[in-house]
Structures are given as structure tokens and as C-alpha cells.
Design a protein around this ligand. Structure first.
Ligand SMILES: C[S@@+](CC[C@H](N)C(=O)[O-])C[C@H]1O[C@@H](n2cnc3c(N)ncnc32)[C@H](O)[C@@H]1O
Length: 505
């Protein structure tokens, strides 16, 4: 990778065009934000510092920091050409993770506006390009590990950590945070503020066309949070653009979760239950070239184009998330070496010797599968397999689907269809059962409740958690459905014992 683009990735470096920085500051001015000081903790070439100096007549102090000294020079040049004699402006070189922010904050009179566009990079991305210099000192590494421990996530945006810090600084005083960031980051930051009770007086999100302004295909927004120690609102109005006057929806903090439509949530929250776990995710297998087959002239062929001779009983039709979205019929097959997670695969040697030989032939690839789910498991194991996988009928949906599109899945050649781990499904014993289930899922109460829980800007908007929140029995009562058939469906899905006929292997 060329040195420059590597550096751009490492520092999440997308400089804001002056035009956008000006639009943001004008919008803030319209909302009657009248800061006495502004802080841009990662100011780059200083577009926001310039826009703020041009916009806010109340400013007394403006401080910008950036880790990149070339940008610091450019930002200094930029502000030196502005007529801002009454404002104490200072652009400094510094690493966010090393700056003594207590001292800096003491220089800033209230009310403060923390404005800007923190780096667009995740710690995992830094790892994948072999970079750790954006977290060069031991202290920084520890801080990043700290957030990993706090969030319970190993992949997080550096900006999320910075924005959490910004809010902590503002919370005991009063001030505003107004930043461009990924919409998913905005949501996590809001969740943090609500959970920690940081005193949100007002919160707004304005969607921003990141492709237009930054050439980046991500869901981005301007997040504005006004803090005041004695305030609390549990709602955030979401506007389709910076210019819009009317929100498209209202996000909110309800029952310790962030919801994407407070109106729908408040109307249908009685349909939520955390007791029910009928939805499953599909099979995780990796090594797709070995385990996934296609049929050519009636013969199985693997991903290397090699003809494969394995016993038919261990091969099942497969649908991937993308197939569910396009509603295709299965055109791939999956070798399923186990009926349950943890089942000993050595029994294949005796009952399915051709399959065992085939797996041995590709053992070096299968043994090298990286995911931790295979560690300590039988050789050639797959994950997410159980009696439910062999349910003859299913209702499925892709995790990355951008609409609530539930699909009935029929057996093929009397074999149950397997799904991959980008999909979720509900096991059904018959076509009738899947029809009843689909009717419930497509009913107005279910659709509205899901729409209050799903964030379509997420990479994987549909999750097992969201699907399993819906109490199907409560929906059936709501829409006056036949309760007996739903009882049976739920009972079977809940049952840990073998509730579907298992294949003979
Ligand atoms: C998305 S750019 C935005 C720059 C500027 N805020 C703007 O709106 O144009 C992110 C900036 O963060 C800076 N940066 C990245 N890591 C940093 C760190 N650890 N400390 C300070 N600045 C950092 C980069 O040099 C880059 O200028």
C-alpha cells in the first residue's frame, strides 16, 4: 500500500470541505448555540476552526489540536489570514491520547462547543494494516485496551472513544458536542451518554451524504448533543439532512436500549419478551471452497473446480444471506459433518468413509480455519448446527437485509435447506406452520415493533436479538390468530431435545 494512503487510513484522515464545515456551523448558530470557546481535538487543516471563527460572534477562545504537524502548519496559516483579533486562537500539535486535557479545558470559558470530525478508523483496521503508530505510546495502547474492556468489543471506532471522552469533559459543565461521524458511532455515543446519565439537554442527528463530501460510502451524520448537568431528555430527533426542518424519526432511550422510533416502540412495547429464543443463526463453516459444492452435470464439484465424491446423506442444499435477499432457490450444497455442535466427527470414518477421506484430503485448509469457534472442537467441526438445522421448513431473513423481508424456505428433494451464518431462521415442522409464522411476522404490530428496534444504517441491521425480542404469542393475540398452532410452534422451537427428524447419519 502506498505510504500516503496508508497514513490516511491510519489516521482516519478525511478532511472536511470548508463548505460543509460552514454549513454545520451555520446550522448550530440557527439552533442558538452561542459558544464562548471552541475546541477541535483533531482539527486537521482547520476547516472547522475557520468556519467557527467566521460564524460565532460570541467566541473568545478557539483551540485546535492535530497529531499531524503538516496539518497544524496549514491550519495555522489558514487562521492567520482571518480577521479575528478579539479571539484567542491557538493551533497546537499533539496526540489526542497524550494531551493533558484537564489543563486545556481550564483554558476554555463556558459555554464550550467541541466541534469537528474525529478520525474515521477502527482499531481492527489499524491492526489489519499492521499499524499501531496512531496509538504509539504504551499509555495509548492501554487506553485502547481500556475501551475494549469497557465496551466488551474488540472492534471499535477510535472516534467513539474520543467522543466518549469529549462528553465526559462537558458533562460537569454545560456545552455542546457537534461532530461528523459514522451514524453507528453516533448511536453508540448516545447510548453511552444515556446509560451514564450524562445530562443530555437536547440531541439531534442530521444525515450527511458522505459519498458527496468525502468520497466515502458510509452512513454518516452530524451528531449534536447539548449537555447540561441538570437536564435529561431520552430522545434524539433524526433529520434527513442538515437543511431539513422536520425529523424523519425520533430515536430514544427506552428500557435500557436505544430504539429507532420512539412512537412505534411506545405503542408496541407490550409485544416484547426476553424469554423467547426461537430464532437461530445459520451454520458457520468457513473453508467454503472445501465445504460448499455446486452440481455440474449431476456431479458435485468444490470451489477448486474439483469433482467431489462424498456420500449424499451428508450433503444438504444451502442458501446464503444474499440468496434470501434475491429469493433464489438453492444452487449450492453444504457438507454437514455433524448433527450438533461438539458431536465427534470421527464417526464419519466408519459410516461415511468417502466424506472422511475427502475432508482429510483438505485437512490442511480445514485445520487452519482461524475463528475461535473451532478451537478445542472435533476436527472438521462446523458451528451453529443442531436439531433445528434439520427442520424441514423454515422462515428465514438475511442479517444484512435492508428491509424486513422474511422468506419461506421449503425442503429441496425432501432434504432440509441449510442457511449460512449471515442469516437467521425460525424452524418449522410444516408448510402450514411457516405460513402461520409469516402471517404473524408480516402483521402490522410485528412490522412496527421491528421498525422501532432495527437501525437500517447498521452493517447487519437484523440480529437474533431483535428477532427474538418479539413475543409471537402476544402478536397472535393482538391479531386474533389461532393460538394453539402458535403454542406448538413455540414449544418446539424452545425444546432442547430433538424436535425434528434428524437425518440418518
Ligand atoms: C477525519 S480527519 C478530520 C480533520 C478535521 N477535523 C476536519 O474536520 O477536517 C481526522 C483528523 O484526525 C487527526 N488524528 C488522527 N489521529 C489523531 C490523534 N491520535 N490525535 C490527534 N489527531 C489525530 C488526523 O491527522 C486527521 O487530521
Amino acid at each position: 500500500m502506498p505510504k500516503r494512503s496508508r497514513r490516511i487510513i491510519e489516521f482516519g484522515d478525511f478532511q472536511t470541505p470548508l463548505e460543509l464545515a460552514r454549513d454545520v456551523c451555520s446550522a448550530l448558530y440557527r439552533f442558538e448555540i452561542q459558544p464562548a470557546s471552541i475546541l477541535e481535538p483533531t482539527c486537521g487543516t482547520g476547516a472547522f476552526v475557520q468556519a467557527a471563527l467566521e460564524t460565532f460572534p460570541t467566541l473568545q477562545v478557539a483551540i485546535g489540536y492535530d497529531v499531524n504537524d503538516v496539518y497544524v502548519q496549514q491550519a495555522r496559516q489558514r487562521v492567520s489570514s482571518l480577521d479575528v483579533k478579539d479571539v484567542n486562537v491557538s493551533i497546537r500539535q499533539g496526540n489526542f491520547f497524550e494531551i493533558d486535557w484537564t489543563q486545556v479545558l481550564a483554558e476554555l470559558p463556558d459555554p464550550i462547543l467541541i466541534v469537528g470530525n474525529p478520525p474515521w478508523v477502527t482499531n481492527a483496521k489499524l491492526g489489519s494494516i499492521g499499524e499501531t503508530s496512531n496509538v504509539p505510546q504504551k499509555a495509548n495502547v492501554d487506553q485502547l485496551r481500556g475501551i475494549e474492556a469497557i465496551t466488551g468489543r474488540s472492534n471499535f471506532d477510535i472516534s467513539e472513544w474520543m467522543l466518549r471522552q469529549n462528553l465526559q469533559w462537558l458533562a460537569p459543565r454545560s456545552g455542546t458536542l457537534a461532530v461528523l461521524c459514522k451514524t453507528t458511532v453516533a448511536r453508540k455515543v448516545l447510548k453511552y451518554a444515556w446509560k451514564e446519565n450524562l445530562g443530555i439537554q437536547e440531541a439531534k442527528i442530521f444525515r450527511v451524504d458522505a459519498l458527496h463530501y468525502f468520497g466515502a460510502a458510509v452512513d454518516a451524520c452530524l451528531l449534536v448533543i447539548r449537555l447540561h448537568p441538570s437536564s435529561t431528555t431520552a430522545e434524539c430527533h433524526v433529520f434527513p439532512s442538515l437543511q431539513s426542518k422536520h425529523p424523519e424519526t425520533v430515536w430514544g432511550w427506552r428500557d435500557r436500549r436505544v430504539v429507532s422510533n420512539t412512537h412505534a416502540y411506545d405503542r408496541w412495547k407490550h409485544l416484547i419478551s426476553d424469554e423467547f429464543q426461537g430464532w437461530r443463526s445459520g451454520i458457520k463453516h468457513d473453508a467454503a471452497n472445501v465445504l460448499e459444492l455446486v452440481q455440474i452435470n449431476g456431479r458435485f464439484v468444490n470451489g477448486f473446480g474439483i469433482e467431489v465424491d462424498v456420500e449424499e446423506s451428508v450433503v444438504f442444499p444451502l442458501l446464503k444471506g444474499s440468496d434470501l435477499i434475491s429469493q433464489s432457490v438453492p444452487h449450492r450444497w453444504l457438507i454437514v459433518p455433524q448433527k450438533a455442535v461438539g458431536e465427534d466427527t470421527r464417526r464419519l470414518q466408519q459410516h461415511f468413509p468417502k466424506t472422511w477421506q475427502y475432508l482429510l484430503q483438505y485437512a490442511s485448509l480445514l485445520d487452519r480455519r482461524k475463528s475461535a469457534v473451532y478451537r478445542g472442537r472435533p476436527r472438521f467441526a462446523i458451528f451453529g448446527v443442531g436439531a433445528y438445522s434439520f427442520a424441514p421448513w423454515k422462515v428465514g431473513i438475511a442479517g444484512f437485509s435492508k428491509q424486513l423481508q422474511f422468506v419461506p424456505i421449503a425442503p429441496v428433494d425432501r432434504k432440509p435447506v441449510m442457511l449460512d451464518d449471515t442469516s437467521y431462521f425460525f424452524p418449522c415442522a410444516s408448510q402450514e406452520e411457516s405460513t402461520v409464522l409469516l402471517r404473524l411476522l408480516h402483521s402490522l404490530p410485528a412490522q412496527e415493533l421491528f421498525s422501532a428496534l432495527i437501525f437500517w444504517d447498521a452493517k447487519r441491521p437484523i440480529t437474533a436479538n431483535v428477532l427474538n425480542s418479539l413475543d409471537l404469542l402476544a402478536v397472535a393475540r393482538e391479531v386474533g390468530n389461532d393460538l394453539d398452532s402458535i403454542h406448538l410452534l413455540l414449544q418446539r422451537a424452545r425444546s432442547k431435545s430433538h424436535s425434528f427428524q434428524l437425518p440418518l447419519f
